[in-house]
Design a protein around this ligand. Structure first.
Ligand code: PAF
Length: 296
């Protein structure tokens, strides 16, 4: 695996690889890697590159490129940023073992020379006003800002994101549209990787204390129970049941919401004519956890 810190160097390297016929699959991360990230690398390596033609003996070649950058502009909570886990050496080892080809690890000054105000931001309308957008003002502005910057540097053909951050996936799909790159970047959304008890893998999980970790999968159990009750119960009822259960066990739920999976329009009750998703955000101590499940 080749590691780059500077934009100029990674751009030069990738330009040459592109000229050699490589297609580029990009996996942006904030480090503190876990098997969810590694599954994105594996998926990127396994998926046939766009442009693959089985009639041609040599398929298009593919290069997997990961980035590690803890983006300060997407943290609305200073403490969350300061406590965001960092595990550089371990991350490098995990990526190398997974067969990642290129790692880009820039410093803040490389991504934001002259400060974040010098780098364009984007508007995501309704998506910025609900769920994560409402709970974390400015978060998606920061995500859009850094991902636009990274896409400009890496110029990928494929972008891999995890479904755990469902709303982020929708925001970045819209970013790709706003950048006019719908036809050049193939967006892959990969299913959430879970621990054996169902807890969605997340870098923040490592901040949970042992007793918190022991109950953290309750969020997943709530999602499963909501999915199971979609054709028998009112959403309001199962929402309250889950809210009460989470509170009883010491969580502070921020939202337990049902939405149209295509546009995140909030729904008051189950509607099997729509593609539905249920999304939960809850704090356990000072660790904020999110998860979601497609219902149908
Ligand atoms: O999901 C993340 O890890 C981050 O939001 C991303 C997409 C790498 C942008 O900083």
């Amino acid at each position: 695996m080749v590691i780059f810190k500077y934009i100029e160097d990674v751009k030069y390297y990738l330009e040459n690889k592109r000229e050699e016929g490589f297609r580029i699959a990009f996996i942006p991360t904030m480090g503190a890697l876990h098997n969810g990230h590694i599954s994105l690398i594996n998926e990127a390596k396994q998926a046939k590159p766009a442009g693959y033609n089985s009639a041609i003996a040599i398929p298009a070649k593919k290069l997997t490129v990961a980035s590690i950058f803890v983006n300060p502009t997407q943290f609305n909570d200073k403490e969350d940023f300061e406590k965001y886990p960092v595990s550089g050496e371990n991350d490098i080892q995990m990526l190398a073992e997974a067969g990642c080809d290129v790692l880009f690890m820039p410093q803040v000054t490389e991504i934001y020379p002259g400060g974040p105000d010098n780098i364009p931001t984007f508007e995501f309308g309704y998506l910025e006003t609900v769920l994560e957008g409402a709970q974390r003002p400015g978060h998606f502005k920061g995500v859009g800002q850094v991902v636009a910057r990274l896409l400009d540097i890496v110029q990928p053909d494929e972008l891999y994101l995890g479904q755990k951050d469902y709303q982020q996936c929708m925001v970045l799909k819209d970013l790709i549209r706003q950048l006019g790159k719908e036809d050049t970047i193939n967006l892959h959304i990969s299913s959430t990787q879970r621990e054996p008890d169902g807890l969605a893998m997340s870098s923040r999980n490592r901040r949970l204390t042992e007793p918190q970790r022991a109950i953290a999968a309750l969020i997943y159990q709530c999602l499963v129970s909501i999915q199971a009750k979609q054709s028998t119960d009112k959403f309001e009822l199962v929402q309250k049941e889950c809210n009460d259960l989470l509170e009883e066990k010491g969580f502070s739920p921020e939202y337990i919401s049902l939405a149209d999976a295509n546009n995140l329009e909030l729904l008051t009750d189950f509607d099997s004519n729509r593609k539905m998703i249920v999304l939960i955000a809850a704090k356990l101590g000072n660790v904020r956890l999110i998860d979601n499940m497609l219902l149908n």
